[in-house]
Design a protein. Structure first.
Length: 198
């Protein structure tokens, strides 16, 4: 009887390990792009180096995780930039619920296999120095306008396509879009303040 229990436990453990890969697997090939191209990017997670892209654009095979990436990119003549890249929930877990029941849900949630990093990950490296404040502000104001235009378009699309019976979900989506907008604008202003004049 005891042997049977041990074999049953071993079987369940095997199924648990496999359920996260039923729909999408546990790894993703994530691309890293920089503007301008050619920057070296160091990718860390939980304080440990998990990959290096010697000259962006380039890709890394990364295990899925709930934890954010810390990406630092540098290139001669450009501002060195460090950004947090958050992973986001995907719908793959629902497939695992169908195929593996509640066990799939529990394991995917614990392992982070139902999360995915943005792909590609894009980082802007502005020039590290501008001749005058006016030229600096012209550069950053243009980028600020592009970010605003992008999120205005996404918000309009969300409102225009929102089903009448999903207004709460659409409101949540609009809130998330606004949070992302503010995060990008804040990061841009940080870069504006970090560059040098002269």
């Amino acid at each position: 009887m005891r042997l049977f229990r041990l074999l049953a436990v071993a079987f369940v453990a095997t199924q648990l390990a496999a359920c996260a890969t039923v729909v999408e697997g546990t790894d993703d090939l994530v691309s890293f792009e920089t503007t301008p191209p050619g920057a070296r990017c160091l990718v860390d997670r939980d304080g440990a180096r998990i990959g290096t892209v010697d000259a962006a654009p380039g890709s890394l095979k990364l295990s899925k995780s709930k934890n954010a990436l810390t990406v630092t990119c540098d290139k001669a003549g450009q501002l060195t930039v460090t950004e947090q890249v958050e992973s986001e929930f995907t719908g793959s877990t629902f497939g695992n619920i169908l195929l593996g029941g509640g066990i799939g849900l529990i394991v995917d949630a614990a392992s982070g296999a139902n999360n995915r990093y943005p792909n590609p990950v894009k980082l802007l490296l502005p020039p590290e120095k501008f001749p005058t404040p006016g030229e600096r502000d012209s550069y950053f104001d243009r980028l600020k306008g592009e970010i605003t235009q992008k999120y205005d378009g996404l918000a309009k699309k969300t409102r225009d396509t929102c089903p009448a019976n999903q207004t709460d979900q659409c409101a949540s989506d609009l809130t998330k879009l606004d949070e992302k907008r503010q995060k990008e604008l804040s990061a841009l202003e940080g870069k504006r303040n970090a560059v040098k004049i002269g």
